[in-house]
Design a protein around this ligand. Structure first.
Ligand code: GLU
Length: 490
């Protein structure tokens, strides 16, 4: 790699890939690509209870779907393998032992009960709960002997006095009083190291130059910065991305929209729209252009342009953007992307869509403007797949049709007029001219013909042009639906 920039995405496989995580991954990846650096994927699977292989695979799959590719990672390997954190435990132990031997960490023998009691007292005094450092003065030899004798213990980091400062590329200068940073646990009593410890060990070993992650990690950063210094390792640059909030300015939850990336994929949001929208959560290409490609993102992305706040996840806007991508896309591609949804809705099988390809593409061309996600297509075209006898008339469609007293006579006249004109197939343009004449000759206002006709053919109040619908249905089915409507609308 041309540059020394090395960034990473380090998900814990304890759940589906969250949209916030997906944005973190995208920003890291875009930063690496923009600056000719390396993008790493590290799986932080040290919690055996909650981590699963299924989640891990789903996360990888989600990232690939977004178009993110990693230069080093669990499946592709790399010079700093292994990229599963759980396989690096021996190294973590070694690094913990080093800090212990240098007096930068110490054994703590305080029981759970004592810590709970301490907590209670601090709460009563309205103080922040923090370890009081009781075991810190123990002589190392004495502590070693107690460990040797099998006394349960944890390993704590000995936070030095002073102030911890670091530069955040998004938030500027950050400063924390070390008294606020307690002597935190590096290794639990069962021997398992904690997140704050292992993340630094791995980031040092993997030569990570920039750490971009969610704002929720800001409280961890002073602890981690102190660790880098204890190891005399260069501290990476940090950038804490703003929390993604719902339109109610509260933390994202199921209430305001799905939080898992997979859900948007399954709902048929175009991949490019998802990438575009996620990038707008705290970043903008410029002040005016909301729709941009991945290439534009990579050409312009800089972490310094990410905002401290204001990442509002507006579902309506997301749907609009998704629809915008579909409108701009080719009929062929939209048809291909919608096909699984059409199949899942039970409208047609894959092979049926293949055999009637031109017809299916015509439907997509006629509906593309009206759908916001691929999954909305089946609802728009279901009436074309319904049996003529069982076509459902939507309430509004039927109400609109019934408003016109002469509806049945009009339809009957139209049916007779139409029959010879479509005997050899439907020519929409010719019909359109004819329909105008049909109306004027009979003194009909457009809705007087159109509303009953629309109801008869599609059962829908809105939707594509009625004559297009007629063409999609074909002569036989159109006539059949009109005949049925003579009775149904009488
Ligand atoms: N495994 C951590 C998480 O998923 C990584 C945080 C970090 O980037 O340091 O939140």
């Amino acid at each position: 790699m041309a540059s020394n920039i090395r960034v990473r995405f380090a998900p814990s496989p304890t759940g589906k890939l969250h949209i916030g995580g997906a944005r973190t991954a995208l920003f890291n990846w875009a930063y690496a690509r923009r600056h000719g650096g390396a993008f790493l994927l590290r799986i932080e699977d040290t919690d055996p209870e909650r981590s699963t292989k299924e989640y891990e695979l789903a996360i990888l799959d989600g990232l690939r779907w977004l178009g993110i590719h990693w230069d080093e990672g669990p499946d592709v390997g790399g010079p700093h393998a292994p990229y599963h954190q759980s396989q690096r435990i021996a190294r973590h132990r070694e690094m913990a032992a080093r800090l212990l031997s240098e007096g930068r960490a110490y054994h703590c023998f305080c029981s759970r009960e004592r810590l709970e009691e301490l907590n209670k007292q601090q709460e009563a005094r309205k103080e922040k709960s923090a370890y009081d450092g009781r075991c810190r003065p123990l002589a190392p030899a004495e502590a070693a002997a107690r460990v040797e004798a099998g006394e349960p213990n944890t390993l704590r980091f000995a936070v030095p006095q002073g102030t911890t400062r670091f530069h955040d590329l998004i938030r500027g200068e950050m400063s924390f009083d070390n008294r606020e940073v307690e002597d935190w646990v590096m290794v639990r009593s069962d021997g398992s190291p904690t997140y704050n410890f292992v993340v630094v060990c791995d980031d040092i070993d993997m030569r990570i130059s920039h750490v971009f992650r969610g704002e929720e990690h800001l409280v961890n950063t002073p602890k981690q910065v102190l660790l880098y210094r204890s190891f005399s390792a260069p501290t990476p640059e940090f950038g804490h991305l703003p929390l993604m909030l719902g339109t109610d300015r509260k933390k994202l939850s199921k209430r305001t929209g799905d939080t898992a990336l997979q859900d948007y994929r399954e709902k048929g949001f175009p991949r490019e729209a998802v990438v575009n929208f996620l990038c707008l959560q705290g970043w903008a290409l410029n002040g005016t252009q909301e729709i941009f490609s991945v290439e534009e993102l990579v050409a312009h992305f800089d972490i310094k342009d990410v905002t401290k706040g204001g990442a509002i996840f507006d579902m309506e806007k997301f749907l609009w953007m998704s629809g915008e991508y579909i409108r701009r896309d080719s009929v062929e591609h939209v048809a291909e992307m919608c096909a699984p949804f059409v199949e899942a809705a039970g409208l047609a099988s894959e092979s049926e869509l293949q055999t009637r390809r031109a017809w299916y593409h015509a439907l997509v061309a006629g509906s593309k403007e009206r759908i916001r996600t691929y999954s909305e297509l089946p609802g728009q075209i279901a009436y074309l797949f319904a049996s003529d006898e069982k076509l459902v008339y939507e309430e509004t469609a039927e109400r609109n049709a019934r408003k016109h007293a002469g509806r049945v006579e009009t339809l009957r006249a139209f049916l007779e007029w139409l029959r010879p004109r479509i005997a050899d197939g439907v020519d929409v343009a010719a019909l359109r001219e004819g329909v105008k004449l049909f109306q004027t000759e009979r003194g009909l206002k457009t809705p007087e013909l159109l509303q009953p006709l629309r109801c008869a053919l599609s059962g829908m109040a809105g939707g594509p042009d009625t004559l297009e619908v007629l063409a999609w249905l074909g002569p036989q089915r159109s006539l059949r639906r009109l005949e049925l409507a003579l009775e149904r609308l009488s």
